[in-house]
Design a protein. Structure first.
Length: 87
């Protein structure tokens, strides 16, 4: 049953979205996974979605993107292969 599934607490693992200078062609965000653990992570996948408010005040969403990161060694950061663009 669903109540029997234990979801462990994740510590020392972070996701960062970093704005790239795109020279006026809309915002492009790079997605990073930061592994601050003492052990490597294997088979990592990040799911991301962008949000922004237009000049008219309405909210705009990007599609849900899945980024295959693969293995991330201990005490390192790894950039996801896909970028999130909002124009």
């Amino acid at each position: 049953m669903k109540k029997d599934i234990e979801i462990p607490i994740v510590k020392d693992v972070y996701v960062a979205a970093v704005l790239e200078d795109n020279k006026g062609e809309g915002d492009v965000w790079d997605i990073y996974l930061i592994n601050n653990k003492e052990v490597p992570l294997e088979g990592v996948m990040i799911t991301s979605r962008g949000y922004m408010e237009t000049d008219a005040g309405t909210e705009m969403l990007s599609s849900t993107l899945r980024h295959k990161v693969g293995d991330v060694p201990a005490k390192t950061a790894k950039k996801a292969s896909t970028k999130l663009a909002m124009v």
